[in-house]
Design a protein around this ligand. Structure first.
Ligand SMILES: *Cc1c(COP(=O)(O)O)cnc(C)c1O
Length: 428
């Protein structure tokens, strides 16, 4: 494939935008080469600036669960735009999407809309701190909760010690309140709680981790976290920015039948426009301004275009009983197909999958936390990524990302992808 125009556009972009991108994951740092510039997209396909068609397995990193340019969403946005794009005053559509979200998701009475997943998680933690009157939080190594300071803390060698910032600009003062635990390691969490008795406001977790590949919670892990939180007056915060409205109508809470205290949303809830949200039972949400003392605000929060897109998306997902089963079936088909051709070509791999989230790791051992995710062979991944791209299949340019299956994908698209992998597997 030819990427002449993409390369030229990237060179232009680099002059005026740091690294040529407005979010680092879009750069090809992990795989080499230059990013592809998209011209348009429809259904399961991206069309780039050089006229190449690519089958899309990223789908804007999750939001486009029903495919690109999904008509009801596009129509809703276009209609709304004609009537004014922002008012900074309440509008009826905000209540409509709130009512629908509250009806779809278990254990929430009220929801506040923001503009990104980052804002949702940042605000959820502030609310948890305000509600409990405690400062510290526990997060898990390899889980991503957006780029606000408290979350940019990485495990050193000892994951159970105080965090150190993994970005300059995050102060030690902030880092000392973020404690790091290993995903799927309940004893680690117990030890942290023991060592910080009475100081922990919340545990925040991706109930299915999606930012180190797809890593399911081990059986009983989320249940044990729930018990630990109850016993220690700690709030359990589910970051469902990726899993919300994707794994089921009610997200991971519904799938695993666990009650979180605060739930964060993003991605699918905005139907491709910038939307995030956080939600909880009434008692907790009442702590939020203007009802309560915890401040949180946004000039463009609840923006009519964003709400129109989100509402159309949630209505589509709510109205179709089988959509989540159908997505899971397509993902299972892909899983089996890829596994078969990689095995046939003697390429060591592990494939993780929950619902419509799937990741391929080039290591034969179980991938269940950040360390095991980091064990994958990155040279194999690079060859795999570029090989697929050359066949017209676009996966995330990083071995640490989940693939997002969209309902627009047909079984022919899946077969095409599996055959492409069979072809390129002979060379890697
Ligand atoms: C994408 C993501 C975020 C951040 O959302 P943005 O809209 O990019 O700010 C937070 N948490 C999880 C689990 C995510 O996948």
């Amino acid at each position: 494939m030819i990427y002449k125009r993409s390369s030229a556009l990237f060179a232009e972009a680099e002059k005026v935008i740091p690294g040529g991108v407005n979010s680092p994951v879009r750069a090809f740092k992990g795989v080499g080469g230059t990013p592809i510039f998209v011209k348009e997209a429809k259904g399961a396909y991206l069309y780039d600036e050089d006229g190449n068609r690519l089958i899309d397995y990223i789908n804007s990193w999750g939001p486009m669960i029903l495919g690109h340019a999904y008509k009801p969403v596009v129509d809703a946005v276009v209609e709304k735009a004609k009537k004014g794009t922002s008012f900074g005053m309440p509008t009826e559509i905000e209540t409509k999407i709130a009512e629908l979200a509250v009806s779809m998701v278990p254990n929430i009475d009220k929801i506040r809309f923001v503009n990104s997943g980052t804002e949702a998680c940042m605000s959820a933690v502030r609310l948890a701190r305000g509600f409990t009157g405690k400062d510290k939080i526990i997060k898990f190594a390899g889980c991503y909760h957006g780029h606000s300071d408290a979350f940019l803390i990485q495990a050193g060698s000892g994951a159970s010690t105080f965090g150190t910032p993994n970005s300059p600009g995050v102060t030690q003062g902030t880092a000392k309140d973020t404690l790091l635990a290993n995903y799927n390691d309940i004893d680690n969490v117990k030890a942290l709680i023991q060592a910080n008795k009475g100081e922990i406001a919340c545990i925040i977790i991706e109930p299915v981790a999606g930012n180190m590949g797809c890593i399911p919670p081990k059986s009983g892990f989320l249940e044990s976290l729930r018990v630990l939180c109850d016993d220690n007056n700690i709030l359990l915060v589910f970051d469902e920015v990726m899993t919300g409205f994707r794994l089921a109508k009610g997200g991971a809470q519904e799938l695993y039948n666990i009650k979180a205290d605060i739930v964060c949303f993003g991605k699918v809830i905005g139907g491709g426009l910038p939307v995030g949200a956080f939600a909880a039972r009434d008692e907790i949400m009442s702590y939020l301004a203007p009802l309560g003392p915890v401040y949180q605000a946004g000039t463009l929060s609840g923006n009519p275009l964003a709400m129109a897109a989100g509402l159309a998306m949630l209505e589509a997902l709510d109205g179709e009983e089988n959509v989540f089963t159908r997505l899971a079936e397509k993902t299972e088909y892909l899983h089996k197909g890829i596994s078969k051709v990689l095995t046939k070509n003697e390429i060591k791999h592990t494939i993780n999958r929950v619902g419509s989230m799937i990741s391929v790791h080039f290591d034969e051992n179980e991938v269940c936390d950040f360390d095991t995710a980091a064990n994958g062979n990155n040279d194999t991944f690079k060859a795999f990524f570029h090989g697929l791209l050359n066949e017209g299949v676009y996966i995330a340019p990083s071995a640490f990302e989940t693939w997002f299956i969209t309902d627009a994908l047909t079984y022919e698209d899946l077969d095409f992808t599996i055959n492409a992998i069979d072809k390129l597997a002979k060379q890697i």
